[in-house]
Design a protein around this ligand. Structure first.
Ligand code: ZN
Length: 261
């Protein structure tokens, strides 16, 4: 009697977990990039919260990303999830799927998405994120290491999609009206590393010393030299091209940073 009760309790708990996890009803494989997936999922929740706090009429306003309306940012984040879903499908099936047909097609899609009715835009980004999460849970140990090609033409293992998504949802949540100050410290540090890695690939690392006041540490870029001091959120906001606020510069032109993505 007590056994059957505990069994049914267990089944109920399992079913509740399945409901919370969505339609995939699976766990991540043991080879999944757990830390980056956690950042992506928390960032998705943060993006959803900021979007919830954005009214339909506010969606027509400019975002913090120069030249982009908030609606365009939302459409982009939705289509980015679909594009990363295609990379995961590639990894899972071995059949190549590119993120976007072309750079022009990517922009045309965002422009179309931007003009969707607000409710359609909200469900686009919501459903695309769920679909991506289902794909992630469907990747087995081998698929996480399968090679895929990003929109920038880089060949990377599928596990890279977790970080690619994490940086999109966090930074675009800030573009939509959120704040870098709400980002977890480890996400900020990973963003800093990402910006520097992108610059290294393009051979355009500026010579500057970053003093992260809250972490009491200095990051030397290139040959060092002039310094920029601020809190980690403010420094990372600036490095990602979202404006220089509350920063102190000792001889470095704050408007002279190379672009990130
Ligand atoms: Zn983006």
């Amino acid at each position: 009697m007590s056994t059957s009760t505990s069994n049914s309790e267990l089944a109920a708990a399992r079913e509740a977990l399945r409901q919370r996890q969505g339609s995939g009803a699976r766990y991540d494989s043991s080879a999944a990039p757990a830390r980056e997936l956690d950042w992506a999922r928390r960032g998705t929740a943060y993006f959803a919260r900021v979007l919830n706090e954005t009214s339909d009429s506010e969606l027509r306003n400019p975002s913090a990303l120069p030249g982009w309306s908030k609606a365009a940012v939302v459409a982009h984040v939705g289509y980015n999830a679909r594009a990363l879903t295609r990379l995961c499908q590639w990894a899972r099936t071995g059949v190549p799927h590119s993120m976007y047909a072309s750079a022009e097609a990517r922009l045309a899609e965002i422009r179309r998405g931007e003009s969707l009715p607000p409710q359609a835009l909200r469900s686009l980004v919501h459903h695309a994120a769920i679909h991506l999460d289902v794909e992630w849970r469907d990747l087995d140990d081998t698929a996480w290491d399968a090679q895929v090609v990003t929109a920038q033409g880089r060949t990377v293992p599928a596990r890279e999609t977790a970080w690619m998504r994490a940086r999109e949802v966090w930074v675009h949540a800030a573009d939509l009206g959120g704040s870098f100050r709400r980002f977890p410290r480890d996400v900020l540090n990973a963003l800093l590393d990402d910006v520097v890695a992108v610059w290294k690939r393009r051979d355009c690392v500026p010579d500057v010393e970053l003093h992260l006041r809250d972490q009491d540490c200095t990051v030397v870029l290139g040959g060092g030299g002039p310094s920029v001091t601020g809190s980690t959120p403010d420094v990372v906001r600036w490095l990602t091209g979202r404006g220089a606020v509350h920063l102190e510069s000792d001889g470095f032109d704050l408007s002279s940073l190379p672009a990130w993505l």
